[in-house]
Write a protein that binds this ligand. Structure first.
Ligand SMILES: Cc1ncc(COP(=O)(O)O)c(C=O)c1O
Length: 438
């Protein structure tokens, strides 16, 4: 083993084939704007915003400055029984962009923590309001809700569950996924077919009775399973069924929040209001780990309505509202607003759509789909080797100066919101060359 490879040994890398990576590492050590740079100085175009998170682009000077200043001013503040003013300001900022009537924010450090926090809030809320039998949670096939035990239990990605199958939280059902390739391939925006898949919730209610169901959790657009866009009317239908049976609806907006769909949250882009929103990633543009759970006022007020000043929710993290994260969050939200980045994302969506759909007809492409600045190109799997074509493409793209995300044989795109048409063209041309030679 060479010297460089030896130095990679200690880090057990997440969601990575460690042995393959360490044989042929893809390293980056610097970033600016739309680009990463390898240790050798090679420029890599970032078409995934890191990992769906760097929405403001890399190294924005105002965000960098805010983090640096906070590090010098106060390193850490406890939030169990104490507080620091900027954390309350950050919560106000999030409430001001959340759907109306969702004015309370619980801070976490990641998407996974946001999901598990949201599930716990949902369960505790049902108990608080005297509906303790409502304990079942409903997720969806092909959904990703992080890696906590709650998240993998409601999640629907088989590989993420199989090593832990005996340790899932009990009482979870799954809705069918909405990826109807045979009926909806090459949809631009919301696919036409599949609204009826939401009705499966009625069947689950029929099986267990509504009085036993606490909450439904879905990603408005499923990201990690390959950008699965909801059929027209599907999310509204889910909302209606939840309302009918008094079930909470949680939108996991860890990816879809903060301009990805051209609005503050998917809730606003799709005009469907959930009861709880989970967020992370773009919250700080990926600069400092942070997550948030935003809840409807009725939920918060239920916890606050009991007499006495005791702890209302026995939950929290040492680093909830960490000062560096709070500084990053405030600066990021200010940048989004001052630079009109969400509006920009909405404006660039049609250019993005055009660019992606120009890959239709290239070898092995079987679908192209998009919404806002989120898109995917699905490739046919090699017989008996699912994922092999995707893995090959990922490496070749990196070698050619392009960072994309691959899930199985699907290429996912979620560029920083500062992306220009020329970046999209570069990405598409690079992929065309690789696909023709793969
Ligand atoms: C929808 C969704 N929920 C939760 C998570 C987990 O977030 P994290 O990796 O920050 O724990 C992700 C991460 O990609 C996600 O896309």
């Amino acid at each position: 083993m060479g010297e460089q490879n030896q130095s990679l040994e200690s880090f057990w890398m997440p969601f990575t084939g460690n042995r393959a990576f360490k044989k042929k590492p893809r390293l980056v050590e610097r970033a600016a704007g739309m680009h990463y740079y390898t240790p050798g100085g090679r420029e890599i175009l970032d078409m995934v915003a890191g990992l769906w998170c760097c929405n403001a682009g890399h190294g924005h000077p105002k965000i960098v400055e805010a983090i640096q200043a906070q590090a010098a001013k106060m390193d850490y503040a406890p939030h169990f029984g104490f507080g620091h003013p900027a954390a309350f300001e950050a919560a106000d900022m999030l409430a001001s962009i959340a759907p109306e009537g969702m004015n309370h924010v619980f801070f976490t450090n990641s998407g996974s923590e946001s999901v598990d926090t949201a599930l716990k809030i949902a369960l505790a809320y049902q108990k608080e309001r005297g509906q303790a039998s409502r304990t079942r949670l409903i997720g969806r096939e092909r959904s990703y809700h992080g890696v906590g035990f709650g998240g993998i239990s409601v999640g629907g990605i088989p590989y993420n569950r199989m090593q832990f199958s005996n340790s899932m939280i009990p009482g979870v059902d799954h809705l069918p996924h909405t990826h109807l390739l045979d009926r909806n391939a090459y949809s631009r925006g919301l696919p036409e077919h599949g609204i009826e898949l939401a009705d499966e919730l009625e069947n689950i209610v029929g099986l267990h009775h509504a009085s036993n169901i606490a909450a439904v959790i879905v990603e408005p657009i499923a990201g990690s399973a390959g950008v699965l866009i909801p059929p027209k009317g599907y999310l509204k239908r889910l909302r209606e069924i939840c309302d009918k049976h008094d079930i909470l609806l949680i939108f996991d907006e860890v990816i879809t929040g903060f301009g990805r769909l051209g609005d503050n949250f998917a809730s606003q882009a799709f005009d469907v209001k959930p009861d709880i929103i989970t967020a992370a990633k773009g919250l700080t543009s990926g600069t400092v780990p942070m997550g948030a759970v935003i809840v409807r006022d009725e939920i918060y007020n239920e916890f606050m309505s009991k007499p006495g000043g005791a702890i209302e929710l026995f939950h929290g993290y040492t680093y909830s509202a960490h000062p560096l994260a709070v500084a990053a969050c405030k600066a990021t939200q200010t940048v989004y607003k001052d630079e009109g980045l969400f509006h920009r994302a909405a404006e660039m969506a049609s250019v993005f759509e055009q660019a992606l759909h120009s890959l239709k007809g290239e070898p092995n492409v079987i679908d192209v789909r998009n919404y806002g600045l989120m898109g995917a190109v699905e490739l046919a799997a090699i017989d008996g080797q699912p994922g092999a074509r995707g893995a090959d493409l990922l490496q070749k793209a990196f070698d050619a100066g392009l960072m994309i995300r691959i899930t199985g044989d699907t290429i996912a795109f979620s560029p920083p919101l500062i992306v220009e048409e020329s970046h999209m063209q570069q990405a598409v041309e690079t992929l065309k060359t690789i696909l023709r030679d793969l």
